[in-house]
Design a protein around this ligand. Structure first.
Ligand SMILES: C[S@@+](CC[C@H](N)C(=O)[O-])C[C@H]1O[C@@H](n2cnc3c(N)ncnc32)[C@H](O)[C@@H]1O
Ligand code: SF4
Length: 386
């Protein structure tokens, strides 16, 4: 089971919180499309597995491209790999791009999953974030997508945003539940470096929402999502039964994936690799049949720490027997000691051999995961089989 991620590094407007790699200069879109196809060709042997189960167009904003051009990328993938008949093919789309004609073409394409950035239904939040759409437009875009037959729709929302009161957050969630969609990604606002939000925060023009208020919003989200039939399967992700994001789950289940495009990451079990986050430099290299990327061979500690990061964030949790088999007795003992502490404090619960974050644990998941990390240089050369 392998996946291909294609990063579309363009947006029509910059959202003030977002640090994902993108450019708002759209002149190079055609040249970029050719380069993405060339990279697929150059890296056709990266994945051992010749069958692709999931394709994910992320960004940036993939919906800046006409559907025909996105389809031409799928055709290129099919030249070098077998795409499974029931492959999950997702496109991230901005609500204002989901106009009737665009949706009609999408519905006729192999794309079978939509991930739509809603963020909030309140116009004052959307203005603060510098989004291109109103709340009403976002709501209508989802209804329209459903009319065109999309039955696997995910929406992105952000909480913990300055000015987002509990009442507004409750309304946002209720609107999402009313839409009867299959998947929700709900992110706590992060103040990433090099964003306008972070600059405004530093200059005192923006006030961070109180941590307790953010925590209450998160607790409310967990409670209401469950009441409305959603499974909380990863820190920020919720789905109806049968609608887990297969593509993102493959990252968490440590399956290999190929990332195409500027800033995209790849993983083949032994190495992590990430392409340069610069459109111009990326394209120049590809045009000379080179990949401008950095690689990192994974040491023993990297592998184990990756294992912690990817497994503990999910509802499958971290399997201690798998830890013993893959990383040996010493690491197993290290994990058992840490687990005992967090089981007692009810940040973790145990199910068979797996330890799983509780709701209390999810909110401080970063602290717990880093406490499990293994930092031991002597172990660097040891071999692991995951
Ligand atoms: C890669 S973006 C692409 C989505 C698409 N371009 C859109 O904006 O509709 C995926 C999602 O990440 C989330 N996101 C981006 N920056 C964030 C931040 N600083 N804090 C929390 N969530 C963020 C947003 O919810 C966004 O929809
Ligand atoms: S949130 Fe989406 S549209 Fe906004 S800047 Fe980030 S990638 Fe672009």
């Amino acid at each position: 089971m392998s996946g291909v991620y294609i990063h579309i590094p363009f947006c029509k407007q910059l959202c003030h919180y977002c640090a994902f790699h993108k450019s708002i200069s759209l002149q190079a879109m055609d040249e970029m499309l050719d380069c993405l196809k060339m990279e697929l060709k150059i890296r056709k042997d990266y994945l051992q597995d010749k069958t692709i189960s999931t394709i994910y167009f992320g960004g940036g904003t993939p919906s800046v491209y006409p559907v025909k051009q996105i389809e031409s990328l799928i055709e290129t993938i099919s030249k070098y790999w077998n795409i499974e008949a029931d492959a999950e093919i997702t496109i991230e789309a901005n609500p204002d791009d989901l106009q009737p004609n665009y949706l009609k073409n999408l519905a006729a394409s192999p794309i079978n999953r939509l991930s739509v950035g809603i963020q909030s239904f309140h116009d004052e939040d959307l203005i603060l974030m510098n989004r291109r759409h109103t709340g009403r437009e976002a709501f209508d875009a989802i209804l329209r997508a459903q009319d065109y037959g999309f039955d696997n729709i995910s929406v992105d929302q952000i909480y913990g945003v300055p000015g987002l009161t509990m009442e507004k957050w409750q309304q946002n969630l209720q609107q999402v539940f009313d839409l009867n969609i299959q998947h929700i990604s709900s992110y706590h606002l992060m103040y990433d470096p090099n964003t306008i939000f972070t600059r405004k925060l530093e200059e005192g023009q923006l006030q961070e929402l109180d941590e307790e208020e953010s925590f209450d919003q998160f607790k409310y989200l967990l409670e209401k999502a469950r009441e409305n039939g959603f499974i909380h399967y990863e820190i920020s992700n919720f789905c109806k039964e049968g609608y887990i994001s297969r593509h993102n789950s493959s990252y968490w289940l440590q399956q290999p994936y190929l990332g195409i495009g500027p800033s995209a990451h790849s993983y083949n079990l032994n190495e992590r690799e990430w392409n340069i986050a610069n459109n111009h430099k990326y394209m120049r290299a590809i045009q000379e049949h080179q990949i401008f990327s950095e690689k990192e061979a994974l040491s023993f500690s990297d592998r184990f720490n990756d294992f912690v990061l990817t497994t503990l964030r999910t509802y499958w949790g971290m399997n201690l027997e798998k830890v013993r088999q893959s990383f040996g007795e010493e690491i197993y003992r290290h994990c058992s000691t840490k687990a005992k502490k967090y089981l007692q404090s009810e940040h973790l619960r145990q199910e068979g051999d797996a330890i799983i974050l509780t709701d209390k644990g999810v909110f401080v998941s970063n602290d717990i995961m880093s406490d499990f990390f293994w930092i031991n240089e002597e172990k660097e050369d040891a071999k692991t089989t995951i």
